[in-house]
Design a protein around this ligand. Sequence first.
Ligand SMILES: [Zn+2]
Length: 301
Amino acid sequence: MRVIDAHAHTWIRDIISEKDLEARRIAAKRNGSTPQLDSPAINLKQAMTKAGIERAIILPIDSGLNQEMPLTLTEKTDWHVDEIEGEDSLYTFVGIDPRRGEEGIAELERAVTEKGCIGWKMYPPNGFYPDDDEYYPLYEKAAELGIPVLLHQGFTSRYKHVKYARPVFVDKVAADFPKLKIILAHVGAPWVDETLMVAAKNPNVYVDVSGWQMFAARTPIKLYQMIVDAKSFRVFPNRMLWGSDFPLFEHMMELVDWVDFFANLEIPNVLLDAGYPQVTQDEIENVMWKNAARLFFGEKL
Ligand SMILES: [Zn+2]
């Protein structure tokens, strides 16, 4: 199975804030793992090689309006662009908080046209509802540039605000910009129904399954239920993207095992007996490779 990881991260402690470092320490303590204070591209590359992943998309987050950050907006973009230089398997988005206004529009254009970024990542828990009219010029610019926008949805860390991460606040944007491709990360967990509703009514909306290793490792029935629900809403198989959120879930399920789990995914009898259909290898291939190849790389498959 060829695989694209549609949702990964790289950082070193020098580019993130004290607050985020602390949030990572808190999270690690809670789950008994070592905090991920540094995870440069080389770590991702090694894990990808072991897992047989051909390409990964890195998603920088612009937290500059939420907290004190060591790098400016453009410096952060450039850090990520420099990190993947010469790596033909790694690609990066640009992280922009839409409250930046004109500065954000200029950076989106620069990042895409001059720096080769292939999409725009937004992190609403930093303190904004994505459907404010004020941000529409930025959405217009993204649509004009022909790049997708990915929004973090659902669960967030200690010092961010989860109320902004509800999928329902993306619906108006999706309806008003039908040509703009929008990805709702993590299938909005735990707001899965709300995510699937927004995706079901807007054909330009996709979901990614990054972070679902948590369920695969502990309570896989939740993952199977999500897949069959997504299938009944016609979001699976053509508008679902496989992803990892690397390195955040490595302590629960390593990348290689997450690939293996999803590539061999079978709906269990308890759900088949309840009337849900089985999934096919073709469908899985769409999620793990084809959808991302079309969406991010314009491949005709
Ligand atoms: Zn993420």
